[in-house]
Design a protein around this ligand. Structure first.
Ligand code: ASP
Length: 321
């Protein structure tokens, strides 16, 4: 008899693991083994190894935990690894994993928008799809699977609080699960295998109408080592914010991202004070097509790894996004 592949499942909590509790609402109680047991179709596909690392809402997940998860996945002898977790932070955790992971087994993140007690709970279908993707994804890849779509962690974002179609990739999904098979339409993201013991604290602030920018003034005294500013549109700030951001560059790296949902930060179009040409000329570093929260993680890792040439590495990476 042919030997079945082995899939390692690490569970971190989230709605996929949630059940109603006596006092109020749903909370994460299901283990990795419970999640696998709830999907009989998984049985013929692979041998599953289950481990529950934490049972938490995903806002509690940390850089350290994702780093530890990657090391465990790299050490596992399984052919593929699935991570189940909350959807709230999955666009960030899967992105971070794609920076840190250097294993061969494909790493696939999944979760659920509806808890196990709700009609139409999507956890079982997502886990089944994740297993299908895990067995067909390229070696060393990191992807996110939700609602029968495979997403590149670099481009995906949770765009809706409750829809099953909450996850949207700016350039569309890289794959789709159809009739039990996976149709790949784009390249899967390969883990970069960076190492970082101590991520640097990097703040993320968003520009908003008629604000005096006092957050920017406070940053140096708060211990932040860098800041990502989510500017208007293609990279635009008020004149007050522009002056404050420029002054901040004397203390720390200041990244220029956009608060818009999609599109690149410009570098050479608008010429007024506070627009991208002015800001870049005054030392802000544009994040290309990378969203602010992902640029924050990348910078945190590069500064934490004490890469002397962090600016060059950062610029090269974001140019391609
Ligand atoms: N609402 C969340 C979820 O979809 C809770 C969390 O992210 O843990 O799982």
């Amino acid at each position: 008899m042919e030997k079945m592949p082995v899939i390692q499942v690490f569970a971190l909590g989230g709605t996929i693991a949630m059940t109603p509790c006596a006092s109020s609402g749903v909370t994460p109680t299901l283990s990795a083994a419970d999640l696998i047991r709830a999907v009989p179709d998984l049985m013929g596909m692979a041998e599953f190894h289950a481990e529950t690392l934490v049972q938490k809402g995903s806002a509690n997940l940390t850089f350290e935990l994702i780093s530890d998860l990657c090391r465990r996945a790299e050490a596992s002898s399984a052919q593929a690894v699935i991570v189940t977790q909350g959807t709230d932070s999955m666009e960030e955790t899967s992105f971070l994993a794609s920076l840190l992971y250097k294993g061969d087994a494909p790493l696939v993140f999944t979760g659920a928008m509806r808890s196990s007690d709700q009609p139409g709970a999507d956890g079982p279908a997502n886990l089944l799809d994740a297993a299908r993707v895990a067995l067909s994804a390229p070696e060393g890849s990191v992807s996110l699977v939700m609602n029968a779509e495979v997403h590149d962690p670099w481009h995906v974002a949770k765009e809706h609080t409750s829809s099953l179609q909450a996850f949207i990739s700016e350039h569309g999904p890289v794959g789709t699960v159809v009739e039990g098979g996976v149709i790949w339409r784009g390249a899967a993201r390969t883990g970069l295998g960076y190492e970082c013991e101590r991520p640097a604290p990097v703040a993320l602030v968003s520009a908003v109408l008629d604000d005096d920018g006092r957050q920017l003034d406070a940053l140096p005294s708060l211990g932040y080592e860098a800041v990502v500013i989510e500017a208007y549109g293609a990279g635009h700030l008020s004149e007050i914010w522009a002056d404050k951001a420029a002054r901040l560059t004397e203390h720390m790296p200041v990244l220029l991202a956009s608060r818009a949902r999609a599109g690149r930060v410009f570098e050479q179009t608008y010429g007024y004070i506070g627009a991208e040409i002015d800001l870049i000329g005054r030392g802000l570093l544009p994040t290309g097509g990378m969203r602010g929260r992902k640029a924050r993680l990348l910078l945190s890792l590069l500064l934490g790894a004490e890469k002397q040439n962090w600016k060059q590495v950062f610029t090269t990476i974001v140019k391609s996004v």
